[in-house]
Design a protein around this ligand. Sequence first.
Ligand SMILES: [Fe+2]
Length: 142
Amino acid sequence: MKKLEIMRKLVADLAVLNTKFHNLHWNVKGPRFVPVHEALEDMYNEFFEHYDDVAERMRMLDAYAPAALKDYLALTDVEELPEKDFDIKEVITIVKASYEGLKASVQALRDASSDDAVTAAMCDDLESAYDKRIWFASQQLK
Ligand SMILES: [Fe+2]
């Protein structure tokens, strides 16, 4: 995919993940409810920041960012979940897979940004954040 196509999909992924992680935040259950509930809030707040960062970078590149929920669902491959109870291990497994997907997307975006140091640097920052989330999730699944 070309750089702007990857960015469009990344904006959509981050928007859908923001909603998906609210679902997990509201409906996780289990003995470690409070720390997991709070960690999920940190994660969806971070998605929301990154959603804006990627969209604003698109504007700097003189492209429009997708801005409609129906377009996000058409662009993303993030699968939404029904509202239900989620146990903690299930949540952490979903969290880890979600961040692995984001990491692959920002790596692809960086690979497509060899002519654009600012976008490449943004990808470095995002990948660093996602690596830390993947590490946290991995440790909790051991
Ligand atoms: Fe909340």
